[in-house]
Design a protein around this ligand. Structure first.
Ligand code: ADP
Length: 634
């Protein structure tokens, strides 16, 4: 044991304490994953060393083969992992093994329910990494030295996984990290060569560097212990370099868990090798579940970048557009230089063409998933649909392809689930229908009963119901799909084109003529509140409706802009009334100007309420309505 100096005891960050507590209580059913997590970290550490050594060869310190060793001691009940990767300095250890730097962690912790089953899913999304050691150990020791520091700058970290940890400076001759797990009583099954070998084969076969275990050279009783001999137990070649046909699904899945820090299997993957002008391999995955920080601006995104099999950087963001930020994977290029930086990546034209090819691959993979496994795709849509909706605005070139992947609620369903694709919609379209009709609004409950749908219900025409916050904005980028244009049914002067018969149109015109006087009277009363008053063709049951001007902002966009403190351009709705509704007939015959005014205002306010808008002067509405109610009851 070397001398320890500068010993101190420090407390874990609150979030670490919560995580440790939770992990110990909710991950007990799959304890063996601790080894996968620690090997994954060791492999990352070796990747980092390899990369840094490109510009500083001294870091290799004479250059022994890069590897991970796992050993055990049955008597002492310990399992030890050792890597000769980048290692950690004292400061590294204190920050990396005492705090969680991920953005949004505190919020994430608040979501935990205390229900162990649910929480173990959540924690899977979060990733536990190093701390998983405490699932099987009641004391963990880390001995580490950062490559490039002197032997006297080693560090010893030790903790029982409760509230605090100790750090001390020690001598450590070899660079890298050794982790000693003191197994909990009852967990000594892990101090076993056969068990460890199986776990490594199961989870870590794809790790690209050798993972060694001691050869079980049993010494006879009384003999001196033989010198340790080591053997490699994993395949130790980079997964993406192997031919697709030779790789089992389980290998793809385990590799995904390693790079994505996810506990669950991915939904789908796409593995490709491109040769020709550009040469690169890519392995892209669609996760099954959205990470907890999908909407955090600083959340990690992007692919792991390798250049000629050498790891270069994590979270290389330039290879995929932002709306595909949930995709995990690896890209390994033969054309880039090993000392490529993020800044260079942003400007390099090679990256642009790789980006568009990789984007296509992802969209193709999603198309395939939607076609072959619609149920899985529905799960994907639930998790990532909102992000996909950012696509048409960001990725003009693939607008049509992305539109094909969108899913909507519609008047055909009755539960508000987003299951209808544009292709489904068009396949069901009425004869002569050359438009895709949609309505946006606050909530499904509100839009499904909107008066705007009345004429569509009457004619049996399907309307897409869009109630996500992003929808109105999305639709401002989608003009058409499969040659059919989109029409917002709450907007402008609804023209049903071929869906209205000549007789219908004529009849409507006749009626409109007879109501010209009423239009003028209402216009005078509503005055500044409206941009126009006209006879409606879209109502069957309701007396009146407010339509949005063709170029005006819809309610959703107005609310978003207002909430973000922006000035919203003033726009006035169009007041449309149903000429055959009894209330309108009554209004038309009303002699008292005062009563006519009150009734017109009430109809206007009601139409605003039905559209999900708030009233400018709610008290006036209540006053007018009550006045009428009183008159009614005498
Ligand atoms: P993650 O791997 O998701 O970042 P972990 O909790 O597993 O989270 O690890 C935290 C950090 O500790 C790592 O990002 C790395 O910087 C450091 N670390 C863990 N294990 C090692 C190791 N074997 N060698 C060097 N650094 C390590």
């Amino acid at each position: 044991m070397s001398v320890e100096t500068q010993k101190e005891t420090l407390g874990f960050q609150t979030e670490v304490k919560q995580l440790l507590h939770l992990m110990i209580h909710s991950l007990y059913s799959n304890k063996e994953i601790f080894l996968r997590e620690l090997i994954s970290n060791a492999s990352d550490a070796v990747d980092k060393l390899r990369f840094e050594a490109l510009s500083k060869p001294d870091l290799l310190e004479g250059g022994a083969e890069l590897k991970i060793r796992v050993s055990f001691d049955k008597d002492a009940k310990t399992v030890t992992l050792e890597d000769n990767g980048i290692g950690m300095s004292r400061e590294d250890v204190i920050t990396h093994l005492g705090t969680i730097a991920k953005s949004g962690t505190a919020d994430f912790m608040k979501n935990l329910t205390g229900d162990q089953k649910k929480d173990s899913h959540l924690i899977g999304q979060f990733g536990v990494g190093f701390y998983s050691a405490f699932i099987v150990a009641d004391q963990v020791e880390v001995f580490s030295r950062r490559a490039g520091l002197s032997a006297s700058e080693g560090v010893h970290w030790s903790s029982k996984g409760e509230g605090e940890f100790e750090v001390a400076t020690i001598d450590k001759a070899d660079r890298g990290t050794r982790i000693v797990l003191h197994l909990k009583s009852g967990e000594d099954e892990f101090a076993d060569g056969w068990r460890l070998r199986n776990i490594i084969k199961k989870y870590s076969d794809h790790i690209a560097l050798p993972i060694e275990l001691p050869k079980e050279a049993a010494a006879a009783e009384g003999e001196e212990k033989p010198a340790l001999e080591w053997e490699t137990v994993n395949r130790a070649s980079a997964l993406w370099t192997r031919p697709r046909t030779e790789i089992k699904d389980e290998e793809y899945q385990e590799f995904y868990k390693h790079i994505a820090h996810d506990f669950e299997n991915p939904l789908s993957w796409s593995h490709n090798k491109v040769e020709g002008k550009l040469e690169y391999s890519s392995l892209l995955y669609v996760p099954a579940r959205a990470p907890f920080d999908l909407y955090q601006r600083e959340a990690p995104k992007g692919l792991k970048l390798y250049v000629q099999r050498v790891f270069v950087m994590d979270q290389a963001e330039s290879f995929l557009p932002l709306y595909l930020r949930f995709i995990k994977g690896v890209v390994d290029s033969n054309d880039l230089s090993l000392n490529v930086s993020r800044e260079i990546l942003q400007k390099d034209p090679i990256i642009d063409s790789m980006k568009s090819a990789l984007t296509k691959r992802v969209l193709d993979m999603l198309e395939k998933l939607a076609k072959n496994e619609p149920e899985q795709y529905q799960g994907f849509w639930k998790n990532f649909g909102q992000v996909m909706k950012e696509g048409p605005a960001e990725d003009f070139a693939n607008k049509e392809k992305i539109a094909g992947l969108l899913r909507f609620a519609s008047t055909q369903g009755d539960d508000g689930e987003q299951t209808v694709s544009l292709a489904d919609y068009l396949a069901r379209a009425k004869e002569g229908q050359d438009k895709i009709y949609f309505l946006t609004g606050e909530s499904y409950a509100q839009v499904k009963n909107s008066p705007h749908l009345e004429v569509f219900r009457k004619k049996g025409i399907e309307v897409l119901l869009l109630t996500d916050r992003i929808d109105e904005w999305l639709m401002s980028y989608l003009n058409e799909f499969d040659g059919k244009s989109f029409v917002d049914v709450a907007r402008g002067d609804l023209d049903l084109g071929n869906l209205d018969s000549e007789e219908d149109k004529k009849a409507a015109e006749e009626v409109a003529k007879t109501k010209e006087g009423l239009v003028e009277r209402i216009k005078t009363v509503l005055g500044e509140n409206v941009s126009e008053v006209r006879v409606s063709h879209r109502l069957t049951d309701s007396p009146a409706i407010l339509a949005i001007g063709e170029q005006d902002l819809g309610l959703q966009m107005r609310q978003i802009l207002e909430a973000s403190g922006q000035k919203v351009p003033d726009s006035k709705p169009i007041f449309e009334f149903n000429p055959t509704h009894p209330l309108i007939e009554k209004l038309d015959g009303e002699q008292s100007e005062e009563r006519f005014g009150d009734l017109s205002h009430i109809l206007f306010d009601q139409a605003a309420l039905a559209a999900g808008d708030s009233l400018k002067d709610p008290a006036a509405y209540v006053r007018r309505l009550n006045k009428l109610l009183v008159e009614l009851s005498v």
